[in-house]
Design a protein around this ligand. Structure first.
Ligand SMILES: *Cc1c(COP(=O)(O)O)cnc(C)c1O
Length: 224
């Protein structure tokens, strides 16, 4: 099933959009199956789980961390993570920078924005992002590289609302690109869209979509 699901989704994704296969809570055997069909980019939400999977799976997998990240757990993922989607405070970015320096790495990160109606979701607003990017502390950070933005739409059937939120994230991206990253090619990623709304996200400019249950089936349990 995983193979068919992946092929079906990949057939609908235009060039320039990367599929992040979200494998949180799923066993290593499921990831291996997706890998065997050619999938190389996987997303995980829990630091220790991602580390454990990284240790036993092929090392050409690109691991994206997409969940809420606590500073005391950064150390589990910094040695190998390809992209952290979920930078939602200046403190977190500073802590990632510090850990990355220990490993002599420059770690690619996205700034997560709060675009949904639910208060429970994490993320910056534009003003907070500006404060971060303008800060002296940020200018000193040599071991992180900001590559774009990420957001999660409201959990709703109202696709007009979700589309509005994706448009909002795209406008944040455009503003930051113009004001802070105009001459920086790496600032190009817009991570938005999940199983239920990724086609809309693609229409609204997503470059990374994060799809879990449409590939691996419903999650039986959810540690969050
Ligand atoms: C779990 C998760 C996804 C994937 O969700 P599905 O609805 O299963 O596709 C995408 N993004 C984030 C941040 C997630 O936590």
């Amino acid at each position: 099933m995983i193979k068919e699901n992946l092929n079906k989704i990949k057939a609908t994704i235009p060039e320039g959009v990367t599929l992040v296969a979200v494998s949180k809570t799923k066993p290593v055997s499921d990831i291996q199956e997706a890998y065997d069909t050619g999938q190389r980019v996987f997303g995980e939400n829990y630091p220790q789980e991602m580390r454990d999977k990284h240790e036993v799976l092929p090392h050409d997998i690109q691991w994206h961390f997409i969940g809420h990240l606590q500073t005391n757990k950064i150390k589990y993922i910094i040695p190998f993570v390809t992209l952290i989607h979920s930078i939602d405070t200046a403190n977190l970015l500073e802590a990632v920078n510090k850990e990355a320096r220990k490993h002599d790495r420059v770690v690619d990160c996205l700034l997560q924005f709060h675009i949904a109606q639910e208060e429970t979701k994490f993320g910056l607003d534009l003003e907070e992002a500006r404060a971060l990017l303008d800060s002296e502390a940020f200018k000193q950070m040599e071991n992180v590289r900001i590559c774009g933005v990420m957001g999660m739409g409201t959990f709703t059937d109202d696709m007009d609302e979700v589309r509005k939120e994706f448009k909002h994230l795209k406008s944040i991206f455009d503003t930051l690109k113009q004001d802070y990253f105009a001459d920086q090619k790496q600032f190009k990623e817009i991570s938005m869209g999940m199983s239920e709304d990724y086609p809309i996200a693609i229409e609204e400019g997503a470059t990374l979509i994060r799809v879990g249950s449409k590939i691996f089936g419903a999650r039986i349990y959810n540690k969050q």
